[in-house]
Ligand binder design. Structure first.
Ligand SMILES: [Zn+2]
Length: 256
């Protein structure tokens, strides 16, 4: 009897462990943006923070846009971002997320350059205190629910430029028009606290006077979204480019 009890207890323990393990692994795959890190200390002190704003003025030159390819080269991130190393994001249709993000980033770059805009493509690691008129982190979503569909965009919860909302609205409008996707209202803490926005936390992040947004292009776990991303990537690129161009115009930043 005692033996039977012990055996049941053991079975229960193994069962619980398996359940816990599968939940923690699946949690990794359901995130869109890499997980927000609430722990850790600030990189910029209050005094340094003041200096980042004092006497700041926009560098001369044509409009400058940075397109960050989400998860690209994430094995090469510096120590302060070490937790991103294993984070490969979404997958679907034989592709992993950075490949989709990269393809659409490059197509968007071409469209923006045709308008005389300077474009830089960035990997997961952002140069220290990186500045541009516009910084867009490009990601694709995934969910355990294969029915989940749509795009979403968000700025930082500590947007110092005051322009991120306008940038987000402009991108949402044009992205929706070009792709026909629905808007997913489920903005996550991982998006609003995106590591590359967190200039107060990391050295490898944007300068606070960079207007930034993160765009989730659609769900790679949804057949229809994936079909759009893999087979009609120009639609996504056109929507993103138009959203950026309209925003730059509203700010009277030089485009041709
Ligand atoms: Zn991602």
């Amino acid at each position: 009897m005692k033996k039977f009890f012990l055996l049941s207890l053991l079975t229960l323990a193994v069962g619980l462990l398996t359940l816990f393990h599968s939940q923690s692994t699946s949690n990794k795959t359901i995130s869109g943006a890499p997980p927000y890190d609430a722990s850790g200390s600030d990189f910029v002190s209050e005094k340094e923070e003041e200096q980042l704003f004092t006497d700041w003025h926009r560098p001369d030159g044509p409009a400058k846009v940075a397109l960050q390819v989400g998860h690209w080269k994430n094995g090469e991130v510096p120590e302060e971002l070490h937790r991103l190393r294993g984070n490969t994001g979404a997958e679907g249709g034989g592709k992993i997320e950075w490949e989709v993000n990269y393809d659409i980033a490059m197509r968007t770059k071409t469209l923006l350059e045709e308008k005389g805009i300077t474009v830089e493509i960035l990997p997961a690691t952002v140069p220290p205190q990186y500045w541009a008129d516009v910084f867009i982190a490009i990601h694709a979503d995934s969910s355990l629910d294969k029915e989940k569909t749509g795009y979403k965009a968000s700025g930082s919860y500590r947007d110092a430029t005051g322009n991120a909302d306008e940038l987000v609205t402009s991108i949402e409008k044009e992205y929706q028009k070009a792709t026909g996707l629905t808007k997913d209202d489920n903005i996550t803490r991982n998006m609003r606290g995106y590591y590359a926005f967190s200039w107060w936390r990391y050295e490898h992040a944007i300068h606070p006077m960079t207007t930034a947004a993160i765009l989730e292009l659609g769900f790679m776990t949804n057949a229809s979204d994936l079909d759009l991303l893999l087979n009609s990537p120009d639609k996504s690129a056109q929507g993103l480019a138009n959203g950026i161009i309209n925003y730059l115009k509203s700010q009277h930043l030089p485009t041709t």
